[in-house]
Design a protein around this ligand. Structure first.
Ligand code: HAM
Length: 429
């Protein structure tokens, strides 16, 4: 590899530059505020785990485990994988630290980078970020309604308007076994006409065929039996109750009998938030119930439900919907004061003065490059600094400085050691 190639970000990864970060921080603030309203606590788990955790948790036959994981051998024999999603790691942590034994209902959220070796395109990266929430310990339909209402409230508060919530029920395992059989029976006579990928999936995981994007499969998939027709009474009643609760909470939804999700741990409620704008990557987020996952990972049987939102996709859509991104940029926190030192000795005093003001809680910047006064004034203008404070030899000798308000040109004299007075002027008193 050439040095030129080595100093480019790896394909499918992105730098988040200072001029974009405020959008990330605003979303993160929304996640924090809204999850707190629902009584969720933050958890942070490692970005890599044992490969086996994801293979067992997400399912060997899924695309994620089958072809998208970043897996490496650690020294010795251990196979490790960069997390492709957060749920398996959170459930692992809950089992390891007996969280549900200490407190029967546990509400957790996390946010961070996830890694999937997918083909990069708009809204699809190899390192991407998710906001993730999990409600552990309740098999009740109230938990389903709460988790979906939380996701919807986050999207609304973030300012997103053009989206739909799709819900489906995958039923209990008896329903799914029946359905799997019906699907295999339905696809088998058509299989020679179908894509290679679907041929492979027929025996291993026929539900995945429903997600096929291949044109060859489209018509055949359209005629496939629907999971909802195979729900047993218990699963059906449960799903009806979830719908009733969502209606009671005023969360609009669309029934989508074709929604199967790409991870194997789901049962009963499955849901996805999709954008109503055009584009290939239409899922903003998704989730569902995973009552078998704890046992699958060797823990005590514990029900759970959760969801993840894709932060990059959410930001892309917010930008397209033009939700005040421009306005936000203008109102980004501007420094209170730029302290300019005109010569070497004055620069030391400028540094000390700025530092004293920071200790008072003001945003005070100085030039770290010993540039000319003109260059420093330009810098102060560029950063929308409210005041400049200029220190030269005359100011050092007299002990008095001029604070100039940039917007009005108004000037006020002040003792340089008089921190209280400087603070008053900067606070506009
Ligand atoms: P997921 O549907 O695989 O679910 O991912 C959730 C969201 O992450 C997607 O809807 C999408 O917005 C975003 N996402 C996924 N892959 C990419 C990618 N390559 N580039 C950009 N964004 C992406 C899960 O991960 C489950 N763990 C959700 C969950 C939590 N279920 C229960 N609890």
């Amino acid at each position: 590899m050439t040095l030129q190639a080595a100093v480019q970000a790896v394909r499918g990864t992105h730098d988040i530059l200072p001029d974009e970060i405020q959008h990330w921080q605003r979303l993160e603030a929304t996640f924090r505020t809204i999850t707190a309203r629902f009584g969720f606590s933050e958890i942070r788990t490692p970005v890599f785990e044992h490969t086996e955790l994801f293979a067992r948790g997400i399912g060997e036959t899924t695309d994620i485990v089958g072809k998208e994981m970043y897996t490496f051998q650690d020294e010795g024999e251990t196979s490790l994988t960069l997390r492709p999603e957060a749920t398996a790691g959170i459930v692992r942590a809950a089992i390891q630290h007996t969280l549900v034994q200490q407190n029967p209902i546990v509400r957790l959220w996390t946010t961070g980078a996830m890694f999937r070796r997918e083909r990069p395109q708009k809204g699809r990266q190899r390192q991407f970020h998710q906001f993730n929430a999990e409600l552990l310990g309740s098999a009740e339909t109230e938990a389903d309604a709460e988790i979906i209402a939380l996701a919807a409230m986050i999207l609304q508060n973030a300012g997103l308007t053009q989206f739909e919530l799709h819900v489906n029920s995958l039923g209990n395992s008896a329903s799914r076994t029946q359905y799997r059989k019906a699907l295999t029976d339905y696809f088998r006579p058509h299989i020679d006409a179908m894509s290679e990928e679907s041929q492979k999936r027929l025996e291993r995981n026929p539900l995945r065929i429903l997600d096929s994007k291949s044109a060859a499969d489209a018509d055949i998939v359209k005629g496939a039996p629907l999971l909802t027709d195979f729900l047993d009474d218990e699963s059906r009643t449960r799903f009806e109750r979830v719908q009733m609760l969502l209606t009671a909470l005023d969360v609009p939804f669309v029934l989508n009998a074709r929604l199967v999700r790409g991870l194997d741990y789901y049962c009963h409620t499955a849901f996805e938030f999709v954008t109503t704008r055009l584009g290939a990557q239409n899922a903003i987020g998704g989730g569902g119930r995973y009552d078998g996952l704890f046992e699958q990972l060797g823990g005590v049987s514990t029900p759970g439900i959760g969801f993840a939102l894709g932060i990059e996709r959410l930001l892309l859509l917010l930008a397209e919907e033009n939700n005040d991104h421009g306005k936000q940029a203008e109102t980004a926190a501007a420094p209170d004061v730029y302290v300019i030192g005109l010569d070497a000795e004055s620069r030391t005093l400028a540094l000390k003065t700025a530092h004293r003001l920071r200790l008072q809680g003001f945003v005070a910047t100085t030039d770290a490059g010993a540039r000319s006064m003109k260059a420093q004034m330009r810098d102060a203008n560029r950063t929308n600094t409210r005041f400049v404070l200029i220190i030269g030899e005359a100011e050092r000798l007299s002990g008095n400085v001029i604070l100039k308000q940039m917007a009005t040109g108004e000037q006020q004299e002040c003792g340089i050691e008089d921190t209280a007075r400087l603070a008053e002027v900067l606070s506009g008193r």
